[in-house]
Design a binder for this molecule. Sequence first.
Ligand code: PMP
Length: 432
Amino acid sequence: MSTITTSKKVFANSESLFKKAQEHLVGGVNSPVRAFKSVGKTPLFFDRGEGPYIFDADNNRYIDYVGSWGPLILGHAHPKVIQAVTKTLQKGASFGAPCELEIELAELVKKAFPSIELVRFVSSGTEAVMGAIRVARGYTKRNKILKFTGCYHGHTDSMLVQGGSGILTLGIPGSAGVPDDFVKDTLIAPYNNIEAVKNIFTQFGNEIAAIIVEPVVGNMGCVIPQGNFLQGLRDITTQYNSLLIFDEVMTGFRSCFGGVQTDFNITPDLTTLGKVIGGGMPVGAYGGKKEIMSMVAPLGPVYQAGTLSGNPVAMQAGISTLTELMKSTFYNHLMQISSQLENGINNIIKDKKLKASVVRYGSMITLFFTDVKVKDFETATTCDTKQFADFFWKMIAEGIYIPPSQYESWFISGAHSKKDIDNTIEAINRSI
Ligand code: PMP
């Protein structure tokens, strides 16, 4: 393959690394969307990050709107996080036994999410969801779980049905290797459609352990709950003694020191978290009402464990990150630049009369290449993904790194400056 050049950028090192990687790693990557299949060409390999910037293996610099898919809300290599994590690491990476930092991070998580009375730390969002679903089933002694088309809850078997994120990006209906029996208790409804949920509950209500939902969706691009959708979910789960699980792995801390449950004032029974609470290290969490979480071992009969769960290095990265978020100016700045980007894109859409729309929740934003209002999976899939792929590479040429898929949210960090956003808006104006 000849060397790709995009507006004078050279990607020779990324290309040769990808060639080598494919000899050893499945598809050259360790997570599917990284292979850039939906935008074509060779994936970029990255070498280092610095605040809002990320540098590829050929030393091209980009303003980064992926932020490791959400965790890096402070930008790359935040000095306070690096310093604290280094100091902690020097005392040992993991004990497989309790340490004080677990309590400290738990206190911060509970401060941000008052619906969480007891928490369990794990090492990924997927694990958090697995735990939450198991405890919901154990507590209610019911098997069925209702999820929404286009929502992604990690790669646990029962959730790999009509998912978002890479499943949507790669057009995979579900996953091979998941026996029908493992998904027979997964019920599906369209997002933002409370009538469909009511119909399902009329039929199966007394068998449903929980509804799990991305309360604002990030995984078919950013999609906002309409009207009283979330309150409707709260009401119907209460009525049927089912649990409501808010999967805030992505939305947690993205608009305030809390989550969608804070912004919409709705109290779920269980919450799953990940990404930001690990500040770039592998951390997930699930938690909720004491009575429900007391079902988890060693207090109760629902088993869940982890060799590296709550290790001091990961806990410290989370603590240092959340501590920065509590500083009074943090969210003012983050919301200001996020709305600056939203307004800038909206103006371009208007000026150029584009068939496109922009949706934002806090510091998550998606530019959809469709003029249909995106409110669920069906409307999300009206997007022109070819146009997106073309736009993606033009943005790369401009030195802006956005997620390599139409169906993902862009993540803005506190390290982005107004000038970075201005530059991004100008680049979008030239690229679209
Ligand atoms: N839930 C949601 C809402 C997510 O966005 C993700 C990952 N993007 C997950 C769960 C799974 O998290 P992880 O990739 O850390 O397993």
